[in-house]
Each structure stands twice: as C-alpha cells, then as structure tokens.
Ligand binder design. Structure first.
Ligand code: 9MR
Length: 426
C-alpha cells in the first residue's frame, strides 16, 4: 500500500494544478466517496439543453429537482399525480450514473389545496397517501429523501406555524418519517432546513427534535443543512462555528448533508470571498465521518432563486467556472492539504496527543504520563469502518501498515475529533 497526501503540496502546486485543470469536480469527489450534486430546473432536461446537461453530467454525480417533486407540481390533485417532468430528470440522472436526492415530501409551502387542510385524521391520511405515492413511484432509485422540510420557526426555537403543525401537532414529523420508512426502506430519510449552519435557537430546536426522534425509535437518518449563505459570513472563525454545530448532530450518529448551498455576494462582486465561504463549508463537511453530500442549489448565477445579481453559484451565466468552482476543486483534490491531520491533535485529551508526522508518514500517540495504547478506527467518508488498529503509546506507527481500502479515510479514537488521511492504494 502506498499513501500520499503528504508531504503537503505547496501552494504553487495547488495553483498550477488548478490552472491546468483537466478533471472535473465529479472525478475528485468520487475518489473520496463524496456525492457532489446540483439542483436542476427540469426544463433544462425536458428541453434538452445540451450545454447545461453536459456540464451537469460531467461535473456532478448527484442531482436533486429544484421544484419538480414539490407537491404542488407533482400532486395537483389527489387522483392525478404528474410525474412526467420529474421522471425525465431521474432518468437523466440514472443514465449518467448519478445519485438522486428526493426533495421534498412534507413542507409548509407549495402545497395543493387537497393536501393542506382538513381534520387531524384526514391530514395525516393525506400525508401518508402522498408519501406512499411519491416514494413508492421512485422506490429503490433514490439514496436520500427530504421527508420534512423547514419545519422550524426562524426565531424563538419553536415549530413553524403551518397546517401540519397546527392541525396535527409536533408529531406530524414523526408520522411522516414512519410512513416514509415503510414506503422505501432502503432510502436515508432527512430533516432539512435553513439557517441551521451555526448554533442558534433554530438549530438547537432541530437538534432537540432529532435527538428525541432517535430516542423514540423514529427512523431519521440525517439532517440537511441547506446553507443559503452570504459572503459577509466569512470570518476566521467560520470553520469552527459551523463545525461545533455539525459536530453535535454527528455525535448523535446522524448523517450530515449540505443540501442547498448558495453564497450571495452582497457587494455584487466579491468572488474571492465567495470562494472561501464555499470552500469552508466543504472543508467542514469533509472533516466529518458521516458527511456524504454537498449539493449546490443551481448551476449558473442566473438560475439561482436569489436572483442573477447575487452571483450566488459556482458557474457564471456562460457556464464558465468561477473562483468558487476552483476553490471547491482544490478542497476535493487536496483534502488533506487544507486540513492538516495534526492540527486538531489537542482534542485527544483522554489519550494524550495523536501526532502525525508528515515527514515519515507515521502516527504516534504522545502519552508521556499514562503510557497506554490507543485504539484507532478508520472510517471512509460514508461512515463505514475500514480498519481498527491498536497503537502503542509513544511508538510511531507507519500509516502504510494500516490495512485500508483506497480512498480518503477518517481516523477516530475514543472521545476525539477526526482527522483524515488519503490512502491511494496498496
Ligand atoms: O429554488 C426554488 C425556487 O425556484 C422556488 O420558486 C421556491 C418555491 O418552491 O423554492 C426554491 O427552493 C427552496 C427549496 O425548495 C427549499 N429551501 C429553500 C429553497 C430556496 O428558496
């Protein structure tokens, strides 16, 4: 086995490789098992827009319909579902070996009248009908569904006031996940929301709810962080602010997904800061063991719901990659260069420090007082365990001796944060 990623490539190497780019985002994402995706306006697929569609299939390995699967569009009447536009997007994805995220089943917005009123009992039974109808139609084809979307109030840490909540009660969320689990048992089920990137009342309300759902055996597998953000969020603390929030969800064993990212450039022209914000969100995600998905909410600036003048996406209106594209490519291409493995060593407080030495590719538990061995486990980015090794204290272990599959791995020790290493083969 040969391990690379160290010594860290110089900034010069990174810049040259980015300029001389030959491989797309998809290529590097697949090397590390990441789903990199984009929201699609179905008219580009139904209208066969070649330039758009070629870019999408080249750059991304995952797709979500921006609007086609929303209830108002797919279920205008209870007895007449219209899957045709959504089906074309799904067929496009499957023909191009792309994964599909379903968005969305239960939402306060964009509902046909038959699905948004009635008694508690009729609303629950309509919800069940809708979930079974749509999930059943795509059964076995999607890897994620946003089962419930935007269920929390923007302020105050409560639930959003909407018919689901006011007529059924908080348990509408639990019911939706139970119905969804039965409708497609192989699909991972998500609670998706916005303004939940950092620790605040809203993200805490979501955290409390998913914790309770897990305790009650409700089948929730992940939390979607939409990440509709702005360049003004860029500060030196940004990485840590996102991470401290994501970490608490990950500690519940949940999958973390960035589901709808776009970054508005408020000054209208700050492409470089925008690139840093995009890269920071991706770096946080990639520092986590169960981070599987990074989805951008649209292709070109003019496609964005925020309006073309916000320049919020990673391709310009002529489908040319922007600095944000280059920054994401660099993170995918050199994952370890942007998050050195030894940077967070001080988190290993119970064990002493886990020290990585890039010069000779070894890791060592620096535990002068206790002199006890450490058990390290390695996971791939999807959270599957690749290897378990016991490390003697104060004794360097070559990374090459860890038997792992190629890819990027995460090292984890009890009570610690993770660090990633790149493993390219034996
Ligand atoms: O981008 C979507 C826009 O085209 C629609 O008009 C709007 C209403 O359906 O929804 C937008 O997408 C939203 C997503 O479904 C949920 N999170 C917020 C997104 C941006 O508003």
């Amino acid at each position: 086995m040969r391990l690379i990623g160290f010594p860290l490539p110089s900034l010069f190497t990174i810049v040259i490789s980015v300029i001389g780019r030959t491989e797309p985002l998809r290529y590097y994402a697949e090397k590390i098992g990441l789903n990199i995706g984009v929201a699609i306006k179905e008219t580009y697929i139904t209208g066969n827009n070649q330039t758009h569609n070629n870019l999408v299939r080249t750059e991304f390995n995952t797709i979500v319909c921006e609007n086609a699967m929303k209830a108002q569009n797919i279920a205008p009447a209870q007895n007449s579902y219209n899957f045709s536009a959504a089906d074309q997007v799904v067929n496009f994805a499957l023909q191009n070996q792309m994964k599909v995220r379903g968005h969305t089943l239960v939402w306060y917005n964009q509902n046909p009248s038959w699905l948004s009123g009635g008694s508690r009992q009729s609303l629950l039974s309509n919800m069940k009908y809708h979930i079974e109808k749509v999930m059943g139609h795509y059964k076995g084809k999607f890897y994620h569904w946003d089962v419930v979307n935007e269920a929390f109030a923007d302020e105050g840490g409560g639930y959003r006031s909407c018919p689901w909540y006011t007529i059924i009660g908080e348990d509408y969320i639990d019911s939706a996940f139970v119905y969804a689990r039965r409708a497609d048992p192989g699909c991972k089920l998500f609670l998706n929301d916005y303004n939940n990137s950092y620790i605040n009342d809203k993200s805490t309300a979501i955290y409390n709810k998913v914790k309770k759902m897990l305790e009650n055996g409700i089948p929730v597998h992940g939390v979607g962080f939409q990440c509709h953000e702005r360049t003004s969020k860029m500060t030196p603390e940004l990485f840590g602010r996102i991470k401290e929030n994501f970490d608490r969800f990950a500690a519940l064993g949940l999958e973390i997904a960035i589901t709808e990212i776009d970054i508005r450039t408020e000054s209208g022209s700050n492409a470089k800061v925008q690139a840093e914000v995009y890269a920071t969100f991706l770096r946080v995600g990639m520092s986590m063991p169960k981070f599987t998905t990074f989805m951008i909410w649209g292709v070109r600036d003019q496609d964005s719901w925020t309006g073309a003048e916000q320049n919020a996406l990673i391709f310009d209106n002529s489908f040319r990659p922007k600095p944000a594209y280059d920054s994401l490519l660099a993170v995918l291409k050199y994952p370890t260069s942007l998050l050195p493995v030894d940077r967070r060593a001080h988190y290993l407080t119970q064990l002493g420090d886990l020290v990585f030495n890039p010069a000779n590719n070894t890791v060592r538990v620096n535990d002068p007082l206790l002199n006890r061995p450490a058990v390290l486990e390695m996971f791939d980015l999807r959270g599957a365990r690749m290897a378990k090794v016991t490390l003697r204290a104060n004794y360097p272990l070559p990374l090459s001796s860890m038997k792992t599959a190629p890819g990027t791995a995460v090292i984890k020790a009890p009570g610690t944060t993770m660090r990633r290493i790149s493993v390219v083969g034996r």
